[in-house]
Design a protein around this ligand. Sequence first.
Ligand code: GDP
Ligand code: MG
Length: 153
Amino acid sequence: MSTERTFIAVKPDGVQRGIFPEILRRFQNKGFKLVGIKLTLANESLLREHYSDLQSKPFFPSLLSYMLSGPILATVWEGKDVVKQGRVLLGATNPLQSAPGTIRGDFALDMGRNIIHGSDSVESAEKEISLWFKKEELVEYKPTLHGWIYEVN
Ligand code: GDP
Ligand code: MG
């Protein structure tokens, strides 16, 4: 059974526009297991850690104010190849280059309003999960549908 985990966050625009139930549904429908979820307000130091690789980019100040503009729905999902598959569900960073059928392709137009974050590697997923969640906020359980989603238990 795969225990790979990824960090998926619905950004403030995705929360305010009410797109988050659709996003949860897409991850659930694919077969992934929700192991952590909370509505939270970010703060600047957390975001500087979270986006530490982007600090020198010209768009960083606007990215900070975007991510501070309202509540974020922080989630952790578990399952087979979930980091890479999660990025496929998200679509490209630029929504104009995201294929229809992806979350950004279906619901967004601007890079600075692309509604969702997803970890880009197993290493960044581990870093991001520990940044946004305490260990005790993540739940271990076996979903009743497990055997209908995975051939091998
Ligand atoms: P992601 O992993 O697909 O979210 O993309 P990155 O890690 O490269 O960038 C993080 C976030 O910064 C993106 O999701 C966008 O919201 C924002 N961003 C990235 N590149 C640009 C850009 O060129 N312009 C603007 N305005 N925002 C950007
Ligand atoms: Mg990224």
